[in-house]
Write a protein of this length. Sequence first.
Length: 490
Amino acid sequence: MAKTKIELYTEIQEKLPQIYEECEQAADEIGIPEEYRGEMGATGAVSGMPGLLRDDVAEYMHEMGREVVSNSELSYEIRMLVKEVYGDEYDAAPVNTCEAALYLCHDVFNTPPFTGRGDKYRSRYIAPYERHVHHQAGYGRPFPPKYKDLLADRGVTAGEFGFYGKRLENLDVVLVPLEGAEYNVHGIKNHPTPLLMDVDAEASMEVIKEHAERHASNLTGFASLGYDTPGYGYGDTDGDGNPMLAKKIGELADSYNVPYITDNAWGIPFVGTDPREINSTVMTYSMDKAAGAPTSGLIVGKEEEMVQIRRAMGMHGERAGTTKSYGKSAYVTLDPGKEALTGQIAALKALRDNPEVVTDPVDKTYDITVEAFESLPSELMDGIEITKSYNSGAVEVNYQHTWDDGTGIPIFSIEDFYSDAPFKNALKRMGVIPTILYDGNIFLSPGLGTIDESGDLHEEKMRYAVKAVVKTLEIFAKHAGAIEDPVAAD
């Protein structure tokens, strides 16, 4: 009788000391130089570990740090850069993080007003049940109630000071499972893992429309990710490569005259998903992940709605009495500060004038990844799909389909990732800063020690980092019984 998944993960947990020891030995077999260990990662930036700044960004920040210039002038320049690329119908507001941007957008667009007579009504926004729901779908009380405890073990703190504490007043979120997706339970911390390779955009939209009609009287908006890869459920694209699921959500939001908030944290302005093409009302970015800026966030959106965003930030008030206002308002706590503003300007100019600074390293990383994964046994490679994403400045590796004919490469839940994550710990043993690796999906990107000061890829380091990821997957697959152990076979 085949093992149940819970038996498999129990066995994996018991074998972790042996697995980690094999990973340490594998680092020597791969030949990772001692001076590289702990100084490189297979993902360009993760939360708490920002990517390294290029010289052009760092030098501009240093130069402007000695200039007498107001934040209103710097914010104005960011607005003009966005308008130059996306058109005068779009505007921008810089903030200190992407999560701050999401909080701001949900409070501005989705919560009921609290001034005036009478009781406040409840409002609802709709979000597909996809990855990272603790971000874009974490600001309301879940509906239906079966999802009420979905985020209980996510992050590092539970309860009122954890993700639940982000919920905004009188706001609900309707979670809609996607057609073609699987929500199987995996991981040592057993939780549903969204497996999204086979999402059917058209069929999913029919279900989302049904939910919109059902909740129309309370509906204030829609929210989703802004990614463009099949592992995130956005494999269906139009002729120009725009994700159909996002595009259709934008059209539906427009028909209800409510905003569509697009969380493109791991996206790149000007180079990646175009908010105009998917009818996004506002798109939020984590500018330090793939865009090359220092730690900060950016909101880009339609000019009409951005008036409200900028009012909430104090960037549209009468403090200065001009279109360049930069004052104090409800969300002054989200102010990014001068250094972040100057860094964003430098990064946005580079993306406008020289997009190859991010696309070339992605092209090279893709080639390195394809080559490295060819070393895996064919029974695993048949279930692996490798995709290039300029939007995220990354290469996506998805291994969901290694489970099609039985046990595949172990899939760890995001709850595992945030706790005592096996893949993360294994990569640390190999001297590689851990990558984004859970739900059967991996993001590989340049940035953490794998690009030089000019932004060029350090190919040797990236090759070692990707080989470490491949070897880690192979070791876990062997212990799960997904491939034959050559030692045991002898």
